[in-house]
Design a protein around this ligand. Structure first.
Ligand code: SF4
Length: 212
């Protein structure tokens, strides 16, 4: 089930500024207090089924031709339509970025995404799940980044955990200061953490630009 499909710029992470087609999956297993996509959280059976979504994707791709397709949510990797949509997108031979809260990577989905050479994964573990990352993500050794929201909860001990250091030591850490009430918050904290751990501070640029 798909919540939304739209064309915009990627506003987050290392691919910031890249024109992209976004496919927002419906349903998430977490409930982050500052989630900015609250209408995508329920596993709502009235959202778009995948065949309708694919027709919309085709229509948008006849108008725009971005090299990047972003699968976001909600939590895309828990969506029953994920493999159908991913299998269709693979035929386009574009980069497919998956933005995930990293809590669950099922075996069949792992096999599907690791076998496609243009998969790009954005792990975004959350405070509400104690920043857990499914260990299967450690098998991806290229085209992966670790994006952590800097809010009142994030502290140094999280960035010192072994499985987080796995990414930090490879310079794959992005510290994203929280966007709340129309502005960037915790910027000083993000900069201090980047100085200490070596990550990059990248705010949500699409919000600064007033884009979707
Ligand atoms: S994991 Fe993402 S989509 Fe799910 S509640 Fe948190 S911010 Fe929202």
């Amino acid at each position: 089930m798909i919540n939304d499909i739209f064309y915009s710029l990627q506003g987050e992470g290392f691919l910031v500024g890249t024109p992209a087609l976004f496919i927002r999956f419906q349903g998430c297993n977490l409930r982050c207090v500052w989630c900015d996509e609250k209408n995508a959280l329920d596993f709502d059976k009235t959202a778009k089924p995948y065949d309708v979504a694919i027709r919309e994707i085709e229509k948008l791709l006849s108008l725009y031709n971005p090299n990047l397709i972003v699968l976001t949510g909600g939590e895309p990797l828990l969506n029953e339509d994920f493999i159908h949509i991913f299998s269709y997108l693979k035929s386009l031979n574009k980069t497919i970025q998956i933005e995930t809260n990293a809590t669950v990577l099922k075996e069949d989905i792992y096999n599907t995404i690791i076998s496609y050479p243009h998969t790009y994964i954005t792990l975004s573990p959350k405070y509400i799940s104690n920043y857990v990352i499914d260990q299967k993500f450690l098998a991806f050794n290229k085209n992966i980044e670790l994006k952590i929201v800097v809010d009142e909860h994030l502290n140094e001990s999280v960035l010192e955990r072994e499985y987080i250091k796995h990414f930090v030591d490879k310079n794959l850490l992005i510290l994203q200061p929280l966007w709340e009430e129309g502005r960037v918050k915790f910027l000083d904290k993000a900069i201090a953490l980047a100085e200490k751990f070596g990550g990059r501070v990248i705010p949500q640029v699409h919000k600064l630009l007033g884009l979707k």
